[in-house]
Design a protein around this ligand. Structure first.
Ligand code: CU
Length: 167
């Protein structure tokens, strides 16, 4: 019965390989879950980059993303918004509120984690690590896969041009 067993094993491996998600796994800390983290590759010489994810709060208390740390950059919480028809980027000095039983998405053109003072470029295909700080959930270490310079997210169709160079 050796051959059928070996065959079944190989088949099982193939199934696992094909089912492996292309996206990062959810990261849980208390009532907070970080989903679909990613960062955008930076062009040569750029000193800033953006990181994005979805924050889900399953708790009955609101929480707040107050900032973070990384050993290759300064971490700031930013928002892109349109004022008088002009896109502006502001730092959320009081952090980003996460409602109870709610979720907030960070994405190009909206809320984002801005990585400033980069000590090295973010290269497509690599991963970067940063620690996000929440008022209640505390420090959460997140690994971000680095997607292409023009990427608009892990769910976006390949080559989708919607993201542009917005941060
Ligand atoms: Cu920004």
């Amino acid at each position: 019965m050796k051959r059928p067993h070996a065959f079944a094993f190989a088949l099982a491996l193939a199934v696992v390989a094909s089912a492996a998600p292309a996206m990062a796994e959810d990261i849980k800390a208390g009532d907070i879950t970080i989903q679909k983290p990613w960062a955008r590759a930076t062009p040569k010489g750029a000193e800033v980059g953006g990181a994005y994810f979805v924050i889900r709060n399953t708790g009955a208390q609101p929480d707040r993303l107050t900032g973070g740390t990384a050993d290759f950059a300064t971490v700031e919480i930013h928002q892109m918004k349109t004022e008088d028809g002009v896109m502006k980027m502001v730092e959320l000095k009081d952090g980003l509120p996460i409602p109870a039983h709610g979720s907030v998405g960070l994405a190009p053109g909206g809320y984002h984690v801005m990585l400033t003072h980069l000590t090295h470029p973010l290269n497509k295909g690599e991963t970067i690590k940063a620690t996000l700080t929440f008022e209640h959930a505390g420090a959460v270490e997140v690994t971000f896969p680095v997607l292409a310079v023009g990427a608009s997210g892990p769910d976006a169709a390949k080559g989708g041009g919607m993201g542009g160079m917005k941060m």
